[in-house]
Design a protein around this ligand. Structure first.
Ligand SMILES: *[C@@H]1O[C@H](CO)[C@@H](O)[C@H](O)[C@H]1NC(C)=O
Ligand SMILES: *[C@@H]1O[C@H](CO)[C@@H](O)[C@H](O)[C@H]1NC(C)=O
Ligand SMILES: *[C@@H]1O[C@H](CO)[C@@H](O)[C@H](O)[C@H]1NC(C)=O
Ligand SMILES: *[C@@H]1O[C@H](CO)[C@@H](O)[C@H](O)[C@H]1NC(C)=O
Ligand SMILES: *[C@@H]1O[C@H](CO)[C@@H](O)[C@H](O)[C@H]1NC(C)=O
Ligand SMILES: *[C@@H]1O[C@H](CO)[C@@H](O)[C@H](O)[C@H]1NC(C)=O
Ligand SMILES: *[C@@H]1O[C@H](CO)[C@@H](O)[C@H](O)[C@H]1NC(C)=O
Ligand SMILES: *[C@@H]1O[C@H](CO)[C@@H](O)[C@H](O)[C@H]1NC(C)=O
Ligand SMILES: *[C@@H]1O[C@H](CO)[C@@H](O)[C@H](O)[C@H]1NC(C)=O
Ligand SMILES: *[C@@H]1O[C@H](CO)[C@@H](O)[C@H](O)[C@H]1NC(C)=O
Ligand SMILES: *[C@@H]1O[C@H](CO)[C@@H](O)[C@H](O)[C@H]1NC(C)=O
Ligand SMILES: *[C@@H]1O[C@H](CO)[C@@H](O)[C@H](O)[C@H]1NC(C)=O
Length: 524
């Protein structure tokens, strides 16, 4: 039985006073200075969500519409202040489209179609931490179609990576630890070390096909995060010498692995043997100016000679570069040379000490997630910045591991939600309507029904949708003595996408719609 992921979204989310639901700010100095708070949030009259409020610190020309950006932002703003518990799908203008419980990873193609990927589990997902949990794939009706994790490693899937391959396998990272004599590295003789792994698992059967761990091939002496800096080497706090943070299976069966703490990318063959090291102490490649990186994230090969990587260039208090950048690199596998194609710089020229992402769009433009700096930006084909949006005013406390721009059509199987404001008179009824995750709504219709025929709705009026929550009102112009109200979500063609339950005026009685009140939009 398929479970809708949205049924579990009603977590105890604290509602925030402050900004009301709205589009992004444009170059709002009070936001930037922190005068609006560390983490300004949108709020609604009734919908139980409080997504981050965006501020375009570097605004697009048509701010806040941002109409040249097509798709939706997918990210998980971990907020150590309010402990935000859901990932977000936002419009380019900053309004909410969907709140997804769990660590939202963006989209993955599974069985040929786009699915939302979410990680759930224990651990600290951001701030350099790792986790022990599992991954879900969610289809465009928000039904969970797959639930899988790593096997026989002692720990479940970690947050750092999930890649679903064209053969419907999943590449996942995991952080198993093991006992080790660390005295050669300045740690305890009876110490513990993370042998951070990746595993390729067949999604349908849950069977592990390939497991790879670095110890034995990459000696800790090649790496840069000392004992004490990345774990003190004890059972409770193993040394994270390697810190795997991205893995990408190539079409030819090789794997590209990123080790943040060894400052290197590794190309492995299908048996896990290292073909080459790029970066770090034993690099097989030479770098021309501007192409080197340290403490990096999110490495992706795009063709036989192009790769992208987020160069943090910094870790804790160490800083190797003036600021972090999203790099597009050319690499020559036979001459073992790496050169810079172009770089994406943060508009604020700041350094990102953890996390970060580079998404190359089909048109050659890119979206950079600035990790521990709570912002993301779009860049043109040459890497020039087009706009930069922040989702908090203070670094590190609020961050996002990766940020993606994706097209998406969502049609939840759960009905739209509504809430009637407390009212004792039929001459002033206020109804709030929303439908978490539905992407096609352009308008809402309001219906009323009588106590005698509660499932026979009478059309009252319609309102265009411009934000996540829409307010509809009834002022008694049809003197029908309505006892119940209902809303319907409409698409741009005027077709019905869904009907809410009927609700009595005081909200105490709800009824589902009649079976013959049918949706008219063709199924997805
Ligand atoms: C830009 O960086 C400065 C200095 O770190 C900081 O004070 C300011 O808040 C930043 N602005 C934004 C929009 O991030
Ligand atoms: C993949 O899609 C096909 C039809 O396109 C369907 O028959 C099959 O059940 C799907 N498999 C999985 C694992 O979802
Ligand atoms: C996914 O599987 C895990 C066990 O690995 C289970 O605890 C969890 O409830 C499942 N989640 C869903 C949404 O099916
Ligand atoms: C631990 O390693 C050190 C040097 O690397 C060695 O001298 C020592 O004997 C080892 N201890 C044990 C218990 O194997
Ligand atoms: C090692 O780290 C753990 C947890 O981070 C801490 O409880 C412990 O006190 C540390 N031990 C030493 C010797 O620093
Ligand atoms: C890198 O350059 C140095 C100095 O030119 C050279 O000795 C070395 O062989 C080169 N390494 C590679 C992998 O090309
Ligand atoms: C990166 O390369 C430049 C030369 O192109 C060099 O000056 C710099 O030290 C390198 N940075 C690091 C952190 O290795
Ligand atoms: C609609 O009503 C049904 C039956 O009373 C209830 O189970 C369901 O949770 C309601 N859904 C919404 C979105 O209010
Ligand atoms: C309506 O008012 C009653 C009594 O004041 C209160 O208990 C209830 O929570 C209110 N309902 C809504 C939806 O505001
Ligand atoms: C109608 O109700 C709304 C919300 O409950 C309230 O804000 C408004 O003042 C009311 N208007 C009148 C005319 O009573
Ligand atoms: C925000 O953008 C969405 C998608 O383009 C649009 O439907 C909505 O009307 C916009 N909202 C506002 C308030 O401009
Ligand atoms: C649904 O069925 C009822 C009873 O048969 C009928 O009165 C009503 O008109 C129907 N509604 C629609 C939307 O067809």
């Amino acid at each position: 039985m398929l479970v809708s992921i949205l049924e579990s979204v009603f977590l105890s989310v604290a509602l925030f006073k402050g900004t009301l639901a709205s589009v992004a700010y444009c170059n709002n100095k009070d936001y930037e200075s922190g005068a609006l708070g560390i983490s300004p949030h949108q709020t609604y009259n009734a919908a139980p969500f409080s997504p981050v409020q965006l501020n375009f610190a570097l605004p697009p020309a048509d701010c806040p519409a941002n109409s040249e950006t097509e798709g939706y932002f997918f990210f998980y703003p971990l907020d150590l202040v309010s402990l935000e518990l859901y990932g977000m799908i936002l419009n380019p203008n900053g309004t909410l489209v969907g709140a997804i419980p769990g660590f939202l990873r963006g989209l993955q193609k599974y069985n040929g179609t786009d699915h939302i990927a979410v990680w759930l589990g224990v651990g600290s997902p951001n701030a350099g931490g790792h986790g022990d949990g599992y991954n879900l794939l969610i289809d465009n009706t928000y039904s969970v179609v797959a639930n899988f994790t790593t096997v026989n490693l002692g720990v479940g899937a970690d947050i750092h990576e999930l890649q679903v391959t064209p053969s419907n396998t999943a590449i996942m990272t995991a952080y198993p630890s093991q006992a080790a004599n660390l005295s050669a590295y300045g740690g305890p003789e009876d110490g513990y070390i993370y042998n951070s792994a990746f595993q390729e698992v067949d999604i349908a059967t849950g069977k592990a096909l390939v497991t790879w761990q670095p110890l034995g091939q990459v000696d800790p002496s090649e790496c840069y995060a000392a004992i004490g800096q990345a774990g003190n080497g004890t059972f409770d706090d193993p040394w994270d010498y390697f810190h795997i943070n991205s893995v990408q299976k190539q079409d030819d069966g090789n794997y590209l692995v990123s080790s943040r703490h060894c400052h290197a990318l590794y190309l492995l063959d299908s048996t896990g043997d290292i073909i080459w090291r790029m970066g770090g102490e034993k690099s097989n490649f030479n770098f021309s100016e501007g192409a080197n990186f340290t403490w990096q994230h999110h490495a992706r090969i795009h063709d036989s000679s192009t790769l992208s990587v987020f160069n943090n260039g910094a870790f804790q208090s160490e800083q190797d570069f003036p600021y972090s950048q999203g790099l597009l690199l050319n690499f020559d596998s036979s001459n073992r040379e790496v050169s810079l194609i172009n770089a994406r710089s943060p508009f604020n020229r700041t350094v990102t000490t953890s996390q970060g992402s580079v998404q190359l769009l089909e048109n050659g433009e890119s979206i950079i997630g600035w990790g521990s700096i709570p912002s993301f930006s779009q860049h043109d084909r040459d890497g020039n910045i087009k706009w930069s949006a922040q989702f908090a005013s203070e670094a590190d406390i609020i961050s996002s591991y990766r940020v993606f721009l994706h097209n998406w059509v969502g049609r939840p199987t759960t009905p739209p939600s509504m809430q009637i404001s407390n009212t004792s008179t039929l001459t002033n009824v206020t109804v709030y309507a929303w439908w978490n995750g539905a992407t096609e709504i352009t308008a809402w219709k309001l219906f009323g029904s009588t106590a005698l025929s509660p499932l026979l709705p009478v059309y009252l009026n319609a309102v265009s949708k411009v934000d996540f929550e829409t307010t509809l009102t009834y002022t008694g112009d049809h003197d029908e003595g309505f006892a119940f109200f209902q809303v319907a979500a409409m698409n741009a063609n005027g077709e019905y996408l869904g009907y809410s339950n009927f609700s009595s005026l005081d909200g105490s009685t709800t009824m589902t719609k009649a079976d013959n009140q049918t949706v008219t939009a063709p199924p997805l």
